[in-house]
Design a protein around this ligand. Structure first.
Ligand code: HEC
Length: 107
């Protein structure tokens, strides 16, 4: 388990240095509005991750992922996608992405 967590922590580091990570850092520095983020989540994410983040057959439970990872890492996943997860870099403004992350922390 410790090794697994270590591998998870290294993944975003390996991707460091790109413009996308600067954007993720900018977004993480914004104040998000969890109420607005909740609407965005239900529209864009709940089909795969469930209304309460517990996951579906299309996507994993993300509650613990969000708690364990830095906001930059979570934002990078949302912007860039990951495996079966689509990229949302063109879907959200920076403020919308910050709102979404604020909502994810309420799950
Ligand atoms: C088409 C289905 C789908 C949609 C839509 C989707 N996701 Fe995902 N998401 C996935 C899958 C599948 C994974 C697991 C990716 C992997 O294998 O690492 C994932 C992983 C994640 C993770 C965890 C990444 C990690 O570090 O393990 C987060 C956080 C996440 N999604 C958030 C979101 C948010 C927020 C939205 C809406 C903006 C969203 N997802 C929309 C399928 C989806």
């Amino acid at each position: 388990m410790r090794l697994c967590l270590f591998a998870l922590l290294l993944t975003p580091l390996a991707a460091c240095g790109g413009a996308m990570n600067e954007r993720a850092a900018d977004i993480a520095a914004l104040d998000g509005d969890a109420t607005a983020g909740g609407d965005l989540y239900q529209t864009n994410c709940s089909a795969c991750h469930g209304a309460d983040g517990q996951g579906t057959s299309q996507g994993p439970n993300i509650v613990e992922e969000v708690a364990e990872h830095s906001d930059e890492s979570t934002i990078s996943t949302i912007l860039n996608g990951e495996d079966e997860m689509p990229a949302f870099e063109d879907t959200f403004t920076d403020q919308e992405a910050a709102d979404l992350v604020a909502f994810l922390h309420t799950l």
